[in-house]
Structures are given as C-alpha cells and as structure tokens.
Design a protein around this ligand. Structure first.
Ligand code: PAF
Length: 295
C-alpha cells in the first residue's frame, strides 16, 4: 500500500472514546489518507519512538494508542505501579509524527458487562503463556478492540515482544482484519540492554545484572556464527551465561521456532527476573546484533 502525501498535524489530538476515534479515522480515510496504528502502554522510550517514526514515514496519519491494559497483567504483577506519564508521552508522540493519541479510560475500554475475550490458541499456551497465564488473552482482546476502534491500514509492534508479535499476526490474519502487521527491530542501549518501560524499575546493581540477558544471547549467537548447530549446546550456553549472574532468576531460556514458539529452533528467547523486575529478550541466531544506541 502506498502512502499519499497528506500533511501531518504537529500536536496530536487526544481521543478518549472509540466512537470518536472511528469518526476521526473515517474522515481521514474518506480523503484517501493511509493510517498507521502504534499500540502502546505508554512510558514511551526509544523502542516506541522507532515504531512511531516508522508509522509516520509509511502512512499519512499515525495514531498512537496509550492504554495500560489491566487484562494482560496477572495478580501480583506491576499493573498499579506501571508508569503513566501521559502528557510527556503525548508530546513525544507529536514530535515523532503522530496525529492522534488514543487514550481510553479502563471504563471506556471495558464498560460494565463487557464479557468478550479473544484467545489465540497454541501460540498463547507456551513460554510467556505458561509463566503469565491469561496474559496473551488480555493482549489479544485489547489489540482486537484497538484494531476495531482505529481500523488502521497498518499496525506496528516491537520484536522485543516476539511472541506477542506472533500472536498479533495470527489474530490479524484469523479475524480477516486486512491490517498489515509490521514488526520493528529491538532497540538496545549502548551496553546491550533491550529497551523496555520496565527498565525504569532497575536500580544500578540490577541494571548491571540485567546485562546478563543480552550477554547470554550474544554468546549463543557467537557460537552459532562460528558453526555450532547443536541446540543442546546452544541452550547450555544461554543457561551457563545466565547462571553466572547471581541476581538473575531464569523463567526460561530456550531455542524455538519463530513461527510457533515450540523448540528446537533458531530463535533464542529469554525471560529472567532481576530482583522484582521481569525482563524478556530474544535474538534470531545468525542475525547481527541490533545496533546499540550511543551514549
Ligand atoms: O506491547 C505492549 O505495549 C502491549 O502489550 C500492547 C500491544 C500495547 C497491548 O496492550
């Protein structure tokens, strides 16, 4: 799909209701404008910035949704403490080229009596799905609702949440949405840490310990590039590297097929708890490591 040359608004309007967003987007589409959606939970960082920039470059209008989705958090997870800097996010989204920010309240997203859930079976039942029961049902439900509220031509997700991206692709295809799903590369800090809104929870020591994730992925990748193809050996490298970090508690470190997330395969996936913060990361073995941010 080619983008026409619509002029982008400088300050994004904040839209609170799905019906309002549907009207805004319908008006754009009537004039032939192509629309991109970047779903987020806010606390925007350079990883989100990449998604918004990509959307703004490939579409005439970009909608950034900001909604901390209660359905995808389990009991005892960080729903209450999740950062919500809405005004700063709105400004950043505008600078990056967004035309609208969709920030519904929980009551608007899930009015009393809402009883529908979207579930992508198979993909939702392994790895993250095992460690965070119900998580992908929450993600799939909110993403389906965001797709209906916005009806974009394209939607943008980050490769850091690789399993989520696979769930969303399946959902978009199975529900005949016609939406093109674009998955953008992981953005890493100069020291290798994959960007995540949850990195803000890490203290200095924990941040240092968190580098064990990218270190483990690099060690498996280096071995793979040197010709190692034994999955047991590559998996051992992941675990050995993580075991050297005292603060790291491994939920899983596996090599899976990037299509169904069942092993063995070439995608190295990790979930590791550092103190009270749970981090995930991944790398497709054989690919170069993401260019790190400078500074
Ligand atoms: O990746 C996220 O930030 C969230 O899981 C998403 C896709 C916005 C759904 O709440």
């Amino acid at each position: 799909m080619r983008s026409s040359t619509g002029v982008k608004a400088a300050t994004p309007v904040v839209v609170r209701k799905a019906s309002e967003l549907q009207s805004v987007v319908a008006a754009w589409r009537r004039t032939g404008l192509v629309v991109g959606l970047v779903p987020t939970m806010g606390a925007l960082h350079a990883g989100h910035a990449n998604l918004i920039r990509a959307a703004a470059a490939e579409n005439d209008r970009t909608v950034v949704s900001i909604f901390v989705n209660p359905l995808q958090f389990g009991a005892g997870e960080d729903f209450d403490s999740y950062p919500r800097p809405l005004e700063a996010d709105r400004q950043l989204a505008g600078v990056l080229g967004a035309s609208a920010v969709y920030a519904p309240t929980p009551g608007e997203m899930y009015p009393a009596g809402a009883a529908t859930r979207v579930r992508v079976s198979g993909l939702s039942d392994v790895l993250e799905g095992v460690h965070r029961p119900g998580h992908f049902e929450g993600v799939a439900t909110v993403v389906a609702k965001l797709f209906n509220a916005c009806r974009p031509d394209r939607a943008y997700f980050g490769q850091k949440d690789a399993q989520q991206a696979a769930v969303v692709r399946r959902l978009a295809s199975d529900l005949d949405t016609g939406i093109e799903i674009r998955v953008c590369p992981i953005v890493r800090d100069a020291d290798g840490l994959a960007l995540s809104s949850r990195n803000a929870y890490l203290n200095t020591e924990e941040r240092q310990a968190a580098l064990s994730l990218s270190r483990a992925l690099r060690s498996a990748n280096t071995a793979f590039l040197a010709g190692e193809r034994d999955h047991g050996e590559l998996r051992r490298l992941l675990h050995d590297t993580l075991r050297q970090e005292l603060f790291a508690n491994v939920d899983y470190a596996e090599l899976v097929d990037p299509n169904d997330f069942v092993g063995p395969g070439q995608l190295a996936v990790l979930a590791v708890r550092i103190g009270r913060t749970r981090l995930i990361d991944n790398h497709l073995l054989g690919e170069p490591f993401a260019a790190a941010l400078s500074g």
